[in-house]
Design a binder for this molecule. Structure first.
Ligand SMILES: [Fe+2]
Length: 259
């Protein structure tokens, strides 16, 4: 029975991690028979955010669609980038007047994927209601896609799980990003959605969310501004592979992966 495999990669942290992913992703795709790759690139630029160089690196070396989050507008060129490339998307619940889209359609393995990006609002910026934002996108794209995917970029595990269960059976694949630490709750929800609260990050192992621990410790202890530098330790790419039945479109398994 033919399968479709989607790889979701967690937040790619800065240039060193873009380079790391770019050197290994094609081999991983080939070895595991991956049909489509979605990666969160909101921290991929050298000073966080996303820029032309980081987007080009990821899209040239095996990433098909880049999702983002709260750092998306951090670089000056981000607005132009979102306008120019429909495969780089931003959270759908930002104000509509901003450039870019909260979703995209991408064809792979003979199917059309609807990829949606939304941001949580618990302990984050007070954006519009993520539940309604996603519902509107599903409604607008009715009949235009075969498989739906949602990246919930959020701080609170409770909010991610609530969104997961609310859209269980309505969206095929739901994964969380932003907290950079992979959770061990990969599962198929009661109505068939493949789900994991956070897929982790592609970044340095011995760090605090990719940043050199010394910077974060100083900030937490001294409560003064600190320039964050990326940790120079060994990098690991974390993510999850969602395997779907090509005929029914149903998720058969969710597997945490790292390389
Ligand atoms: Fe984030």
């Amino acid at each position: 029975m033919k399968e479709i495999k989607l790889l979701a990669l967690g937040d790619v942290v800065r240039t060193v991690s873009c380079d790391y992913v770019s050197k290994r992703l094609w081999a991983f795709r080939k070895e595991h028979g991956i049909d489509i790759v979605v990666a969160n690139g909101e921290n991929s630029a050298e000073n966080s955010g996303i820029d032309r160089q980081s987007a080009d690196t990821l899209l040239s070396y095996g990433v098909d669609v880049i999702t983002t989050g709260n750092h998306v507008f951090k670089t000056y060129e981000a607005k132009a980038l979102l306008d120019e490339n429909k495969y780089i998307i931003r959270p759908a619940n930002y104000p509509e007047a901003l450039p870019g889209y909260g979703y995209t359609l991408f064809d792979a393995a003979g199917k059309t994927f609807l990829i949606i990006n939304v941001m949580g609002v618990v302990m984050m910026e007070p954006l519009a209601d993520p539940f309604s934002a996603v519902e509107k996108i599903l409604e607008r794209n009715k009949g235009k896609y075969d498989i739906s995917v949602l990246d919930v970029h959020a701080e609170a595990t409770s909010e991610k799980r609530a969104l997961g269960l609310y859209f269980d059976g309505k969206i095929d694949v739901i994964f969380g990003t932003h907290t950079h630490v992979q959770t061990a709750d990969e599962q198929i929800l009661p109505r068939g959605t493949g789900y994991i609260t956070d897929i982790g990050m592609c970044g340095p192992d011995n760090s605090v969310l990719g940043v050199d621990a010394k910077c974060i410790i100083e900030k937490l202890r001294m409560h003064t501004p600190v320039k964050f530098t990326v940790s120079g330790t060994k990098i690991t790419a974390h993510g999850a592979v969602f395997t779907l039945d090509a005929n029914s479109g149903k998720v058969k398994s969710v597997e945490r992966v790292k390389f």
